[in-house]
Design a protein around this ligand. Structure first.
Ligand SMILES: Cc1cc2nc3c(=O)[nH]c(=O)nc-3n(C[C@H](O)[C@H](O)[C@H](O)COP(=O)(O)OP(=O)(O)OC[C@H]3O[C@@H](n4cnc5c(N)ncnc54)[C@H](O)[C@@H]3O)c2cc1C
Ligand code: FES
Ligand code: FES
Length: 1286
């Protein structure tokens, strides 16, 4: 381990010395860093590239995703104690780790030392799929597990972790098992599971019951050290312990370019973040980290946000004048997440608010509303006080914030509440935040009002006119309330900020929140009960879930819910992904330079400016490509057009135009952003970025292959219904970014790629370098999430990476930063469905004419229109359907496959149409669906009935009706969504199995890429069953292009079945080969047979390639029904999924636990697609504005249904397919469409209360985010009252 020495326990330091090194430990080994390490190096890069500990992952590099979390033990202020906490290693500077004992996933358990309880539990409870997120959340759990937290507290603590695969349900179960109030069923789970499963005992993996991280090795207290100084020439780094030292340095080094580094979490929020010339680490300046109460609560300026929560909680209980802090705690808990809050300081937060007025600082909002003040100090030692608003305009050059003062506010006279409305439940900036403080006299007249909003505009702070209006009045009458609302409406001028919700939406929210506050403080006697539901913000109870399936133990290991084979190594960081290839000093890193225009050509790149930067090795453009400048090979499945690897003709904003090569990943990424480029022949016009705009230009319109033609037309048309349904794009948000590592080996290239299609990678590189495919070996160790996004789009990264490797003749690593990844990678195709349906009185379709147009992006590759048309019929009789499909070209990246590509959109469109029909003919939506059902589809009607009975549907419908009558501001709905998903086999997949003669063990390698869906585990189960051998003698190894040569991409759910089919065929071959041996030795064991066969020269390796031409493989349908119950807060547009029940037909599953995981995860991905994931482009430039973890919001663990039940249809055996199973990898996403149906019903219930025409169908675009919901609700301000009549 470079830079790490074994811990030296000697304490021979001189007193009060200045050190020249930063010292800390990682997993017990002492690490010393000095000027030989780049000063910008993050802890994450140090752990991975210097220490070679690759279990810790990275994705967003801005504190948003949690992949990089490690655990730290360090002395902390204000407690003055040694604490265990977790941090995002991507945010922390390695130079800020002085004195820390850092633990990475490698320390928690592994195959040599045994696995920890949490690791075992995770494996046994199926808590991993792709496993890329796993080390991060396990480390976070390690930091919490001994803190005596309840289940509710623990569930709330995981806003820091994103899992894009599992849908969080199993993760929450694992988390809750360490809670002090965990029911025995949960806490005893591990024991039970060990007894029944193959996890620990049967597989003989070494499992330790030792608790994690019990052997911390703390460095000696750094109290004797006054300062640490590191001199990087032009740049300096200091670590100080006293305020006076800060000023010494500023006086000496100047104040032109410096940063006081505390948590360094600002790096995560500031898009253009760059380190200043002088960095002064103040994270251990005790004077800035402590607190006291005199009359005020005085908080050191750099007390961390998480420590504030602890302080506030304690003080609110003990000091009556500070009881209001319990409200502040609730709000602080919504800031970022625990690992960020633990190191993020109050002062850092406010300094960013000062620097970026549009930043929605929650600290500023709360402190300003409460009338807090700050003390600052200048270099002369003078201190003075500033009000927060004053501070925003104060010159802070060379000035240090020393503390904040929060006033005492007696709760009997001061009413305080604050709100934060976010696009998801946790870890997001506010769409609007608001804080309200009212001082009332004994007659309930307002003596003083403080009304503060965030994200209205960069200048808006107080609603001054409303504050003034309320002063002196009793606010609890309809008249005063209405007066205040009108005043507020007048003064809230929200600004346009395209990445944000619209000004109108933000204003609606601000007004709704004010009314909510007023309802919450109004005496009960003055409010009519129907309005009281508006007073509260939803709280979330502890989640519940069931998984219901039956298995037949006589078939085991087939049909057995065994843990995924890779689960334990995923939990320990031992599972290697592409960029986990052990680092070498000679490695180089590539990063794309992206175009900052949407059209034209590159005129000039100022290469010399870049090449002068130390550590930058080269910059390459299209002219450096020796072969063809395309990463697409037309002729491969669904590939028609070439797409340039490095653009010469620019087609969209953010397209790769060059590659920067540098010695470190961080440098390559940072420099790539800085490259100066001149363009020529750019278009003056704005880019075309919507389907509607593209449709106007016939040259952009391409008729799709997928169509439906009617075979008959009904004549009983009593109603004609027309509409347009639009669904936007979705980004894959795989946790492992597009990544490739290319190693020149001999005269060829070893390529490690995170791809779903090895042939695509191989051909992309061969064409780029103008070499034969035989000189390229692609190895895919495993893929950290893909969802269709790594079928073709990674080809560009692979070609670029190979170009660098070949030019530099060194191993090149190419790991896309999230912003680059989101900018260049195509998304799910947005679609627009125009429909006209003629129906009879029962809603039965007599004819249907529809056109679905999908946005292909700048190129028509990866066309999914045929998938759309084949799914559009869903489970319905399509005899009267006419469907045309088309794609349009826009000035955006070429869109691509995404879980159930085209099919999800097709099913969503027809389900939407069914709902529209039911609405128009005023019939129950289920009866309309049944009226339109295919004559031969008995499955769906039966499944609807089963699920309805299981979930007490009719009673819940009645309860909801009553609830909606009783409550004006919360509406509920329950809806059914149905799905028939067409499964077809396509292309070809290869499997190779080798049996080893000396011990009878078996390896399998396949062309079916393991990306979390459990393909390897099922392959082993099928093989074990077919050969009649134990599961643990089988090892499924990485995927290799020379074995699975020419295989099609892994996708469309049929991959696992296809490789299982190959395995069956290979096992038949072995059976035939071994038959003579077996007949001679009927009692022989497996090993005897293998040995004898080997001795007789029988080949122990066999390959099989299945193809879609194989007659024994025919397509079939997979079915699912979902019932979704939702409640909607009408005043904020926020909703909760109270309960979701899914029933899916997976046939006779090879592994029902794996399938449950697919069903659950896909549904939650659909929740994101249909409700909170939104891609916003700058209309003028075409730049993607939501290209960060802070701006693109995938669901987190508190966004999943509160009650989440999944049932696999009992006792079903598929008569087609492979081994009686049905695939389920993709289609679960379609079932999530039911959320839109339920939300629509909530919206309609509110609109009826608002007095809108109940027969008026409204168009609501997908996603149903806060903005879409509030717009559709369109609540009238006159409705904001306490009583219906005053
Ligand atoms: C994933 C994520 C989510 C977030 N979500 C939210 C959110 O929901 N709401 C919200 O409000 N914020 C949010 N933040 C922002 C976060 O609260 C701030 O980044 C944090 O408070 C900054 O504190 P820090 O100690 O890390 O500051 P640093 O990044 O270390 O420093 C920030 C700046 O403050 C200056 N500074 C620090 N201390 C002093 C001092 N004593 N005197 C003078 N100058 C000083 C530094 O010179 C520097 O310029 C989020 C951040 C991340 C990464
Ligand atoms: S990589 Fe650190 S939080 Fe995402
Ligand atoms: S298992 Fe969590 S992201 Fe894949």
């Amino acid at each position: 381990m470079v830079g790490c020495l074994h811990l030296n326990s000697s304490k021979n330091r001189d007193a009060r010395i200045t050190m020249a090194k930063i010292e800390f430990t990682i997993n017990g080994s002492l690490c010393k860093v000095d000027e030989s390490i780049p000063r910008y190096m993050s802890l994450n890069a140090y752990i991975r590239y210097v220490c070679g500990l690759t279990g810790t992952k990275a994705m967003c590099r801005e504190g948003g995703c949690g992949a990089c979390i490690v655990t730290v033990r360090a002395k902390r202020y204000p407690s003055g104690k040694t604490e265990i906490f977790s941090v995002n290693s991507c945010l922390v500077l390695v130079f800020s780790c002085h004195g820390w004992d850092i633990r990475t996933i490698e320390s928690t358990g592994n195959r040599l030392d045994g696995y920890s309880d949490i690791q075992k539990l995770t494996a046994c409870l199926h808590g991993t799929q792709c496993g890329y997120c796993t080390p991060g959340w396990i480390m976070h759990l390690n930091s919490l597990k001994d803190k005596n937290l309840t289940m509710a507290q623990l569930e709330k603590s995981f806003g820091c972790c994103t899992c894009r695969c599992t849908g969080f349900r199993p993760i929450l179960e694992i988390i809750k098992s360490v809670a002090i109030d965990a029911p025995p069923k949960l806490s005893q789970r591990l024991k039970d599971i060990e007894e029944i499963s193959t996890c620990a005992k049967k597989c003989q993996r070494k499992c330790s019951v030792k608790s994690d991280c019990s052997d911390w090795s703390l460095l000696e207290d750094s109290g004797s050290v006054t300062k640490i100084e590191l001199d990087f020439g032009k740049y300096k780094f200091y670590k100080v312990y006293e305020i006076v030292d800060i000023f010494d340095i500023l006086n000496r080094d100047g104040v032109d370019s410096y940063m006081l580094v505390d948590g360094n979490t600002g790096k995560g929020i500031v898009e253009t973040f760059e380190y200043e010339r002088v960095l002064i680490d103040i994270s251990d300046v005790m004077a800035l980290k402590t607190f006291k109460i005199d009359q005020n609560l005085i908080l050191g300026a750099n007390v961390s946000l998480e420590d504030c929560i602890t302080i506030f909680t304690e003080i609110s209980k003990t000091e009556s004048d500070f009881e209001y802090l319990d409200e502040v705690v609730k709000h602080f808990e919504l800031i970022a997440h625990i690992p960020v809050r633990k190191i993020a300081s109050l002062a850092g937060n406010l300094m960013y608010k000062r620097a970026y007025p549009q930043y929605r600082s929650d600290v500023f909002l709360l402190f300003e509303c409460l009338g807090a003040e700050m003390t600052v100090q200048n270099s002369k030692g003078n201190t003075y006080t500033l009000r927060l608003e004053e501070f925003l305009h104060h010159d802070m050059q060379g000035i240090v914030i020393v503390n904040f003062m929060l006033p005492p506010l007696n709760k009997t006279t001061h009413l305080f509440k604050s709100y934060k409305i976010m696009p998801r439940s946790q870890n997001a900036m506010a769409i609007v935040n608001a804080a309200f403080l009212m001082k009332l006299d004994s007659k309930n007249n307002v003596q003083k009002a403080s009304i503060v909003y965030g994200n209205i505009s960069s200048t808006f702070v107080h609603a001054l006119h409303t504050e003034e209006y309320l002063t002196g009045k009793c606010p609890f009458s309809n008249e005063t309330l209405q007066g205040a609302i009108k005043t507020l409406d007048g003064e809230l001028v929200s600004s346009d900020n395209p990445a944000e919700a619209s000004p109108d939406c933000r204003k609606k929210l601000a007004l709704g929140l004010f009314y909510k506050f007023m309802l919450s403080i109004c005496p009960t006697a003055s409010t009519e009960s129907i309005y009281r539901s508006g007073a509260n913000i939803f709280t979330r109870p502890v989640s519940e879930a069931t998984q219901d399936y039956v298995t037949d133990s006589s078939l085991y290991p087939l049909n057995q819910p065994v843990p995924k084979l890779e689960a334990l190594i995923q939990c320990s960081g031992e599972a290697r992904y592409v960029n986990d290839l052990p680092p070498q000093k000679s490695d180089v890193f590539g990063a794309f330079v992206l175009s900052t225009v949407h059209s034209g050509e590159v005129d000039k790149i100022y290469e010399n400016e870049i090449l002068e930067i130390e550590g930058v090795l080269a910059i390459y453009t299209a002219k450096d490509i020796p072969g063809e400048n395309t990463f697409i090979t037309p002729g491969l499945q669904l590939q028609t057009d070439k797409e340039e690897t490095l653009a010469t003709i620019i087609k969209y904003f953010g397209q790769p135009i060059a590659i920067v090569v540098a010695e470190t990943e961080e440098l390559a990424a940072a420099v790539a952003k800085k490259v100066r480029v001149d363009y020529k022949n750019t278009k003056k016009s704005a880019p075309v970025i919507t389907i509607d705009e593209a449709k106007k230009d016939s040259s952009r319109y391409i008729a799709g292959e997928g169509t439906l033609e009617p075979t008959s037309k009904g004549t009983d048309v009593t109603k004609i219904i027309k509409g347009v349904y639009e669904i936007e794009a979705q980004y894959h948000y795989y946790m492992e970014p597009l990544t490739c590592v290319v190693q020149p080996v001999d005269d060829m290239f070893m390529v490690y790629d995170s791809t779903q299609w090895m042939e695509m990678t191989q051909t992309a590189i061969a064409r780029c370098l103008n070499i034969g495919q035989s000189k390229i070996v692609v190895k895919v160790p495993r893929v950290g999430g893909a969802f269709g996004g790594k079928i073709t789009r990674n080809g560009q990264v692979a070609a670029a990476c190979a170009l660098v490797a070949s030019k530099q003749n060194r191993t090149c690593r190419f790991i896309l930063p999230l912003q680059t990844n989101m900018s260049i990678a195509g998304k799910r195709l947005p679609c627009q469905c125009e429909y006209e349906v003629g129906v009879n009185d029962d809603g039965k379709i007599q004819y249907l004419n529809a056109t679905i147009v999908e946005d292909a992006g700048c190129c028509n590759n990866d066309n999914v229109t045929s998938y759309t048309s084949s799914s559009f019929g869903n489970c319905y009789d399509i005899s009267g359907y006419t469907l045309n499909t088309a794609t349009v070209l826009t000035d955006l990246p070429s869109n691509t496959f995404f879980r159930a590509p085209g099919a999800c959109e097709g099913i969503a469109c027809i389900e939407h149409i069914m709902e529209h029909i039911a609405f128009a003919v005023k019939k129950d939506a289920i009866s309309v669906r049944l009226a339109n059902m295919k004559a031969n589809n008995t499955d769906i009607p039966e499944m609807i009935e089963t699920l309805k009975q299981d979930v007490d549907y009719d009673k819940r419908c009645a309860d909801i009706q009553q609830f909606n009558k009783d409550n004006r501001w919360v509406k509920r709905a329950i809806k059914i969504n149905v799905m028939e998903f067409p499964v077809i086999y396509y292309g070809n997949f290869t499997v190779m199995i080798s049996i080893y003669r000396m011990d009878g063990t078996v390896t399998i390698t396949t062309g079916g890429i393991e990306m979390g869906q459990g393909a390897n585990t099922k392959a082993a189960q099928v093989c074990a069953n077919a050969l009649g051998i134990p599961l643990d003698v089988i090892k499924v190894i990485s995927h290799y292009s020379f074995v699975a040569a020419n295989d099609v991409f892994s996708g469309s759910s049929i991959t696992t079945e296809s490789i299982c089919y190959c395995i069956l065929k290979i096992c038949e071959t072995f059976d035939k080969r071994f038959a003579p041996v077996k007949s001679r030795k009927p009692q022989a064991t497996w090993l005897d047979i293998v040995k004898s066969a080997a001795e007789e020269g029988i080949e122990l390796t066999s390959c099989y390639m299945m193809s879609d031409k194989d007659e024994s493989l025919s397509g079939y349908s997979a079915f699912a029904v979902s019932i979704v119950e939702i409640q909607l807060d009408v005043l904020t547009g926020r909703f909760q999924m109270l309960r979701v029940d899914l029933l899916e037909d997976v046939g006779m599953s090879v592994n029902p636990a794996v399938d449950i995981g697919q069903v659950e995860g896909a549904f939650i991905q659909g929740v994101g697609y249909f409700t909170c994931e939104k891609l916003v482009y700058d209309k003028a430039t075409g730049k993607l504005l939501t290209n960060r973890s802070l701006t693109y919001h995938v669901p987190l663990c508190q966004d999943i249904p509160i009650v989440y039940n999944v049932k696999l249809r009992h006792n079903q055996k598929n008569t087609k397919g492979v081994l009686g199973a049905k695939t389920c990898g993709e289609m679960g996403i379609c079932t999530a469409h039911g959320i839109t149906l339920a939300l629509r019903e909530c919206i309609m219930a509110s609109r009826i209360d608002s007095g809108y025409d109940s027969t008026q169908w409204i168009t609501i675009p997908v996603p149903y985010d806060t903005e879409a919901i509030l717009k559709a609700l369109d609540v009238k301000l006159e409705e904001f009252v306490f009583t219906a009549s005053d």
